[in-house]
Design a protein around this ligand. Structure first.
Ligand code: MG
Length: 134
């Protein structure tokens, strides 16, 4: 079975940027629910017979939060695994754990750049609220 992997934060989720009115500096970030386009892509991967896993650089401390949100998004039961790398590069962690995805979705170009040539990488755009400020 071929493996497809998804990052969690700002890939399966969306985050809103909240800007300071006065000086245009980033004031806060807000969890804004699922990224429905990418959730749809995850459903399509499962329907196409791929094994799907979530690989996040989050700390293990957030495991129950990650699980709860994936359950809320209605996709937890579709996943072959949810993995926290604790800050380690995802591509490196997957290589060490014998995972060879054919495709990886992520909002972070530095993460994507580390995947080997055989893996298709998909750059997920940040929420539009991040554009043109700061
Ligand atoms: Mg991310």
């Amino acid at each position: 079975m071929t493996l497809v992997t998804f990052d969690f934060d700002d890939t399966l989720t969306q985050t809103l940027a909240v800007w300071d009115e006065e000086d245009d500096t980033l004031e806060d970030t807000e969890f804004a629910g699922p990224n429905l386009v990418i959730i749809q892509a995850l459903h399509a991967c499962v329907a196409n017979g791929h094994e799907v896993r979530v690989v996040t650089s989050r700390s293990d401390r957030w495991l129950s939060d990650t699980h709860a949100k994936l359950e809320l998004f209605g996709v937890l039961h579709l996943l072959a695994g949810v993995h926290h790398t604790n800050g380690q590069w995802k591509a490196e962690w997957m290589a060490e754990n014998d995972m060879t995805p054919i495709k990886h979705f992520d909002d972070d170009t530095e993460e994507l750049a580390r995947f080997p040539i055989g893996c298709e990488t998909v750059l997920v755009p940040m929420h539009p609220s991040w554009k043109g400020r700061g």
